[in-house]
Design a binder for this molecule. Structure first.
Ligand code: HEC
Ligand code: HEC
Length: 370
């Protein structure tokens, strides 16, 4: 009897130790080897990873069909620093349209050089109209509503709605345009932000990926094809879904903070859970994330739920994650696989996924709407 107990104890200890060394399931080498192009394309389309349409007639089904003059007005407002307190900052200060739609800074810098108080990273505005929710915690429903935020944020453009109206009314050309586009309402904070939203709805981008799924086998390379296969097979696509490759839901991050679900190494301090990784080369973080908790932003209601980021142009929008503390896309992919899917990828697999993500690069289509 006693010897059975000893054997049981020894086996348990060995299992626990092994789980802490072996820890993550690694993905078989061949899991990312692409099938033929036609099968891959069909799979991607079947899973809803649709191309961004090249023609506005199709695209408007996804983003609505704003009035062409409203779009032109919104574009002017997007680039006009008159919407900021000291007339130096416009939306494009933090959302550079020609360079991925963000600012490539760890955190946004706004009015009087102030950083975002939560050290939040500027997401891309490109394809943002395709998202079901806006902001890192998804607190805004659409781009029109979203545009009200930065204009009023004291650390971004630092204005009040009456100041916005007053400034725009002081410019005869705005008075004239608003009267034409919004004959009933004229210049209001609401009409200004609606116009900005109308412009943002046109900021859809296409890349080599879109040409591939539309039928051009050679639009993307073999590594990218293998990367797309991995992206679908591993389950990245479960969260980074749809035409925008993200933006459709809020999800918990990190889903798997620990090495093993059986022996979680959580540490509690000051009522907060700190995340501690334990392995032979023991690493620990004073953070609930697998990177420093700069800014202390913990997603919706502090529950570590984040709006899934859009991956179109992601290779151009570093640094990564809500507080911009990860510089390299390769590292972001490694973290995602490990902490969202519980798999350790090797360097080749990571490189293939990155090669695929690169095929999502592309500037605004430039639809002929106006
Ligand atoms: C000082 C830099 C800064 C300025 C100026 C700025 N933004 Fe942003 N933008 C940010 C940051 C940071 C976030 C994320 C904030 C958050 O989630 O709380 C953001 C989020 C967004 C989003 C949400 C994207 C998504 O995928 O969730 C959109 C759309 C957007 N901004 C558009 C605009 C528009 C339009 C303007 C001008 C009216 C503007 N921004 C001005 C920094 C800026
Ligand atoms: C369970 C949902 C989920 C899965 C599965 C998932 N992600 Fe994510 N991903 C997220 C969330 C949520 C974030 C934002 C986390 C944050 O910033 O705090 C994110 C962030 C990212 C980022 C950084 C984006 C940016 O702009 O900062 C990249 C890159 C990324 N994911 C790629 C992938 C890849 C590749 C896979 C598959 C290996 C994957 N994700 C699987 C939910 C998921």
């Amino acid at each position: 009897m006693k010897s059975h107990l000893i054997i049981f104890l020894i086996v348990s200890v060995v299992v626990v130790v092994l789980m802490n060394i072996g820890i993550f399931i690694s993905v078989p080498e061949d899991r990312g080897i692409a099938v033929d192009a036609e099968t891959l394309r069909k799979e991607a389309l079947r899973r809803g990873l649709s191309p961004v349409p090249a023609q506005w007639n199709e695209a408007k089904k996804a983003v609505g069909n704003p009035d062409p003059e409203m779009i032109t007005l919104g574009e002017r407002l997007f680039f006009d620093p008159v919407l900021s307190k000291d007339r130096t900052i416009n939306c494009a200060t933090c959302h550079i349209i020609e360079d991925g739609g963000d600012d490539n800074r760890p955190t946004a810098i706004g009015y009087h050089g102030q950083a975002n108080p939560f050290h939040l990273n500027s997401p891309t505005v490109l394809n943002a109209a395709l998202a079901k929710r806006q902001f890192w915690d998804g607190r805004s429903p659409d781009v029109e509503d979203q545009a009200k935020g930065p204009i009023q944020a004291p650390f971004e453009m630092a204005m009040t709605p009456p100041e916005v109206v007053e400034r725009l009314k002081a410019d005869p050309s705005y008075v004239e345009t608003f009267a034409r586009v919004f004959p009933e309402e004229g210049i209001t904070f609401d009409t200004a932000t609606r116009a900005i939203g109308a412009y943002e709805r046109t900021l859809l981008t296409r890349g080599a990926y879109d040409r591939f799924v539309e039928g051009d086998d050679d639009a993307i390379g073999e590594d990218a094809k293998a990367g797309l296969t991995l992206f679908m097979n591993l389950g990245c696509k479960g969260c980074h879904s749809g035409m925008s490759f993200g933006g459709q839901s809020l999800q918990t991050f990190p889903l798997r903070p620990y090495h093993t679900p059986i022996v979680p190494h959580s540490v509690y301090a000051n009522g907060k859970r700190y995340f501690k990784e334990f392995s032979l080369g023991s690493v620990s973080y004073d953070s609930p994330f697998p990177f420093p908790d700069i800014g202390g932003f913990h997603g919706k209601n502090g529950m570590h739920r984040f709006r899934v980021p859009i991956l179109r142009n992601v290779t151009r929008t570093g640094p990564y994650f809500h507080n911009g503390s990860v510089d390299k896309i390769e590292e972001a992919v490694r973290i995602m696989a490990r902490h969202q899917l519980g798999v350790d990828l090797n360097q080749k697999q990571i490189d293939r996924i990155v090669a695929f993500l690169k095929t999502l690069e592309g500037g605004p289509v430039g639809y002929e709407i106006r």
